[in-house]
Design a binder for this molecule. Structure first.
Ligand code: ADE
Length: 227
């Protein structure tokens, strides 16, 4: 059983696959630490055109995701795993943070593998009644995207990298030691070879091999995220 599973309900699987099938997400799946599954919302569409959206009551621009296909798609996943939790990317959600990612990664908990269903809305929005199915409403920031696919990838990436074994040999306890603060977001300047690039030299101290001095230098040069 993987440590974490994401079932992504979307109309645009082809937009998600390339990212999940490359680099660290691919490796996490190869190692059996993460599993990614797709459900095509269109399969649950209505009528001969497999329609998934309609116009809003009361008027207004654009189309909204209808309840029936969304409920049927989520129910089909929950039938197999009633413990799966539903994530809805929406600009009206809780702001996505490193601490939220840690919560969903269940770092330090030795419970059953976590299974999240991410419902990717498209069009102008969704029928409000689908919120009855949602456990986590997540906003990626104060801007509006055309759909939930990019937020889904960001949520998946930031959670999967926290699963012990995905990045390297770190233990869950080591990751947990960051969990009370935002230390993980703090960075210090780093350099690799060459030591002199067009006259721009790497600070001497980093070439010294003196670990304590290197640590002190890094502490003194930590950067906070910009506003
Ligand atoms: N869907 C559209 N815009 C979004 C945002 N900023 N965050 C999450 N989901 C979205």
């Amino acid at each position: 059983m993987p440590k974490i599973k994401f079932t992504i309900i979307t109309l645009f699987e082809e937009a998600l696959r390339p990212y999940l099938e490359a680099s660290m997400m691919w490796k996490a799946a190869e190692k059996g630490l993460a599993e990614f599954e797709f459900v095509n919302l269109r399969d649950f569409g209505l009528g001969p055109h497999k329609s998934v959206d309609d116009t809003p009551y009361g008027g207004g621009d654009g189309m909204l995701l209808r309840c029936e296909p969304v409920f049927a798609a989520i129910e089909s996943v929950k039938e197999k795993d009633p413990s799966a939790k539903v994530i809805l990317p929406t600009p009206a959600g809780h702001l996505w943070t490193q601490n939220y990612a840690k919560k969903l990664a269940k770092i330090g908990e030795s419970t059953a593998p976590a299974h999240y269903i991410i419902l990717c809305p498209h069009y102008e929005g969704y029928d409000e009644r689908i919120l009855k199915l949602v456990d986590h409403k997540i906003s990626l920031g104060h801007y509006v995207l055309t759909g939930g696919e990019l937020p889904a990838l960001i949520i998946i990436d930031s959670v999967v990298r926290l699963v012990p074994g995905v990045l390297g040999g770190e233990t869950s306890a080591e990751i947990e030691s960051f969990s009370d603060n935002e230390n993980e977001l703090i960075e210090f300047p780093q350099y690799t070879k060459p030591a002199d690039f067009r006259g721009d030299k790497v600070p001497e101290i980093l070439l010294s091999g003196h670990h304590q001095k290197v640590d002190e230098w890094r502490k003194a040069h930590t950067k906070k995220a910009l506003d």
